[in-house]
Design a protein around this ligand. Structure first.
Ligand SMILES: Nc1ncnc2c1ncn2[C@@H]1O[C@H](COP(=O)(O)OP(=O)(O)OP(=O)(O)O)[C@@H](O)[C@H]1O
Length: 263
């Protein structure tokens, strides 16, 4: 269980995350929603320690994540994979090598530097690509792939890391609707078939409702909703998204906020 207790992060005078307390059950698929600037990315970055907290703690089992350093911090980052809106692949390397990067924490540095991956590691990486229907792309340069294909490579790289948690920071923000579905389905498989806890930042409320078991709504750094998708009322959506609410909800729900926007 991931336990976040009174977590805050300030940048100068700006509170990006303020006094957030949450427990995330193992195996959950959690959507973090809210408008731009609500603090969603900072929350994920705090969890995998790309950003340090100003106050509060993050615990995972018996580990006090917020105070880890050195080898302990590297071990945590291995347990806590992250994927990004811009995929973060090494474009000039082939797809298989990009996925093998996810195994770096499992092999000695000299072997990885010399690209001496074991047969087993290669088989694991290829199987991960095949799980997301892109095994045929293993030997192509990563930068020759479409956005949806690149994001599936990033998910495969995260999977071979054998993490306990996958953090996905707006993973579909650069994708068209078809690739959005393919990538969200891939994340769903990571969660349901591989049993990995997924925390996913999403702008679209409809997508969050469709894929996530639990939604955490953030506004100005604070959690203002925590519950199931169908419990999220139009009033809460308006609190979360303001006049943007119409853009993130389906036509039926959108009617009122759009009317408000024109009032
Ligand atoms: N490194 C930083 N330095 C200064 N301010 C920052 C930094 N990172 C985030 N912030 C500020 O903290 C607030 C929350 O940002 P954050 O990126 O977490 O929001 P978000 O909900 O993920 O938004 P988006 O969907 O646009 O990524 C914003 O006002 C942002 O400008």
């Amino acid at each position: 269980m991931l336990v976040i207790d009174r977590l805050s992060r300030r940048f100068g005078n700006k509170t990006a995350v303020g006094d957030v307390s949450l427990s995330i059950e193992p195996g959950a698929f959690v959507g973090v929603i809210g408008r731009s600037g609500a603090g969603k990315s900072t929350l994920l970055r705090l969890i995998n320690r790309l950003v340090d907290p100003s106050e509060g703690t993050i615990g995972f089992g018996d580990r006090e994540v917020s105070s880890l350093k050195g080898a302990g911090l590297r071990a945590w980052r291995a347990d806590c994979a992250m994927i990004f809106q811009q995929f973060n692949l090494v474009g000039r390397l082939d797809v298989l090598t990009n996925v093998l990067m996810g195994r770096l924490n499992k092999v000695s540095t000299p072997r990885s530097v010399l690209n001496l991956w074991s047969k087993d590691d290669r088989a694991i990486a290829l199987a991960a690509l095949e799980a997301f229907d892109i095994g045929n792309l293993a030997h192509q340069r990563a930068d020759s792939l479409s956005g949806g294909q690149q994001q599936r490579v990033a998910i495969a790289r995260a999977l071979v890391q054998e993490p306990k948690i996958l953090l996905a920071d707006e993973p579909i923000a650069s994708l068209d609707p078809r690739n959005t579905k393919i990538v969200m389905d891939a994340l769903q498989r990571v969660n349901k078939e591989f049993g990995i806890t997924v925390l996913c930042n999403l702008h679209s409320l409809d997508l969050a409702r469709a894929y996530c078991d639990r939604l955490i709504g953030m506004s100005a750094g604070r959690v203002v909703f925590d519950g199931r998708g169908f419990d999220l009322t139009e009033d809460v959506a308006r609190e979360l998204y303001g006049l943007e609410a119409g853009e993130v909800m389906d036509d039926h729900h959108a009617a009122a906020p759009k009317a408000l926007a024109h009032a």
